[in-house]
Design a protein. Structure first.
Length: 221
């Protein structure tokens, strides 16, 4: 929403400043383009980032001054979907760690009219999209329906490697395993490993014809 800044950079905060200036559509599109790529961004004070062991929002709500350090985030894509009066609808594809509240705040400053976030809808995260999501109400109404994804759903972009029973046992002890012949993957590749029963063991790295455990899944009998 254009025309006002808040202390939390979203609708729940208190308005700290107002502006009567309103940019044109052309100015908005041109300014959005400046936010693509790697940018410096300061997280909002009302965030979960820890400062001296405490959440920033706890300090901010207690009335303490919170100094947030800027950091680099990457905006892969940002575009204007709709513009109606003081409301902008924007779609953003960004790196982890990006604060959309900060983006709204900084966009308002860059446009010269101030702005804050009024709504946020996450459409995708990694390889998962909103179309695959299940509403909590639906889950509560039908808890018997299996809505859970397989444990390797997050890892399907990695090459798969099947191990023997002996190799699986050794890997689960945290030991490296020499492979002969080595799998047809480049050195230092990350692989997902399975035991003979096709159970996911975890993620390993391949280096010098050996696989080294990175993250393993505890096996429960």
């Amino acid at each position: 929403r254009l025309g006002a800044a808040t202390d939390s950079s979203d609708l729940e905060g208190q308005i700290t400043a107002r502006s009567d200036f309103r940019p044109t559509n052309e100015q908005i599109v041109a300014t959005l383009a400046k936010f693509t790529g790697t940018i410096d961004q300061t997280p909002p004070a009302h965030s979960a980032i820890k400062i001296d062991g405490k959440r920033a929002y706890e300090l901010a709500r207690a009335g303490e001054a919170v100094e947030m350090k800027s950091r680099q985030v990457h905006i892969h894509e940002i575009c204007l979907i709709a513009h109606h009066q003081d409301e902008l609808l924007i779609r953003v594809r960004c790196s982890k760690g990006t604060y959309i509240r900060s983006l709204a705040r900084d966009l308002g400053v860059a446009l010269g009219c101030l702005a804050h976030l009024t709504a946020l809808r996450r459409e995708a995260s990694g390889g998962f999209t909103l179309s695959e999501a299940v509403a909590i109400e639906q889950f509560r109404a039908h808890p018997h329906i299996d809505h859970l994804l397989s444990s390797d759903a997050l890892l399907l972009h990695l090459p798969a490697l099947s191990l023997s029973a002996a190799q699986s046992d050794k890997l689960l002890l945290g030991q490296s395993i020499a492979l002969a012949p080595p799998p047809p993957y480049s050195e230092h590749s990350h692989l997902r490993c399975y035991d003979p029963a096709n159970k996911l063991l975890g993620v390993v790295s391949l280096c010098q014809e050996k696989i080294n455990p990175i993250r393993l899944i505890k096996q429960i009998n």
